[in-house]
Design a protein around this ligand. Structure first.
Ligand SMILES: *Cc1c(COP(=O)(O)O)cnc(C)c1O
Length: 328
């Protein structure tokens, strides 16, 4: 295994299912054969892609003697909820720095409800910057004799990205078992960790598949982050790989409405997948990615003799926090 040199704990239900989506394909009228990799089924209190990252991050924390996991995110962060569940499972404390903004008066729903049930100590940023509050809380914990381990937002560091290198090996095994090949992997690209891990895994295994990220937000410096983290993850695993400009594929346009903004396109994509395949996705991440996939199929970018794998990265719990906007 490519990740054998790294410490890892077992948190996820693996392998996650690999399924075909014939009814979605039919509904789109034309286009490629569609597969879906169900990382909404990784476990840790409703699943998601952070669970694969946490197998490596939590192992690092334990190796350093940590007794507390700390991380930060938005109030509906899937990453924070999976971290809280990982901490509970491993008998560690969990402190979550949530914001931006004050504690909501209502809406302790979705991921936030789960954070509370999972026993996380939630701190609100108020009008202050997340990183400042994280540093302050880490100092406070250390002064009280705790050993906090700080996981950066999204777990998008080489150890976290290694989770998606291992995920590509898992996928390659499933494809080999079925005697199948894929031409593209389409997924949502947020903080670069999943994207970098997929790129390293595909390159290291020599899979002939394009790794195509769909941005879920205005991209900012995401391209640079993906490039840097791909290099750092390659080095972290002791691999010798070279990447060229055309390996880095990021569709930016679908992210332009901004983070978490639900448009009619997301509402339609979520309903279409639910009603054709019985699979739910969230508006913030996977819904955006499906908007992109559907549009690319309609534009004829993917031909009907190709196989496209849609990587479901989770987000199920976050769906419930947005009920009013999804029904409206
Ligand atoms: C965090 C998250 C992503 C983005 O993953 P990155 O590795 O940060 O790009 C995608 N989908 C869901 C549901 C997430 O929670």
């Amino acid at each position: 295994m490519l990740t054998d040199s790294l410490p890892r704990v077992s948190l996820a239900h693996l392998p996650t299912p690999l399924e075909e989506m014939p009814r979605l394909r039919q509904a789109l009228g034309k286009g490629p054969r569609l597969l879906i990799k169900r990382d909404d089924q990784t476990g840790l209190a409703t699943g998601g892609n952070k669970t694969r990252k946490l197998e490596f991050l939590v192992a690092e924390a334990l190796a350093q003697g940590a007794d507390t996991l700390m991380t930060a995110g938005g109030p509906q962060s899937n990453h924070c909820r999976q971290t809280a569940a990982a901490a509970a499972k491993m008998g560690l404390r969990c402190v979550l720095v949530l914001g931006d903004g004050p504690q909501p008066r209502s809406g302790w729903n979705g991921n936030l409800l789960l954070d509370d049930l999972l026993g996380a100590d939630v701190r609100w940023t108020g009008d202050r910057d997340r990183d400042t509050v994280m540093a302050e809380v880490a100092n406070e914990l250390a002064a009280a004799g705790a050993q906090p381990f700080v996981i950066p937002v999204g777990g998008s560091v080489p150890a976290g990205a290694a989770g998606y290198v291992a995920a590509v090996e898992e996928l390659a095994g499933q494809l080999a078992e079925r005697g199948e090949q894929i031409d593209r992997i389409v997924f949502v690209s947020g903080s670069a960790g999943t994207h970098a891990g997929l790129l390293v895994g595909v390159k290291a295994l020599g899979l002939d598949a394009r790794v195509e990220g769909i941005a879920n937000d205005k991209v900012g410096d995401l391209r640079t982050k993906i490039r840097d983290l791909t290099g750092a993850t390659t080095a972290h695993l002791g691999l010798d790989l070279s990447f060229s400009e055309e390996d880095f594929i990021l569709y930016e346009a679908y992210g332009t409405p901004g983070y978490g903004v639900i448009t009619d396109a997301e509402r339609a994509a979520i309903r279409l997948l639910a009603r054709t395949e019985g699979i739910v996705i969230d508006p913030v991440y996977t819904g955006r990615a499906l908007v992109g996939l559907i549009d690319l199929v309609r534009q004829g970018v993917y031909s009907s003799d190709e196989t496209v794998l849609f990587w479901h990265t989770g987000g199920t719990a976050g769906l419930f926090a947005r009920a009013a906007e999804l029904l409206g």
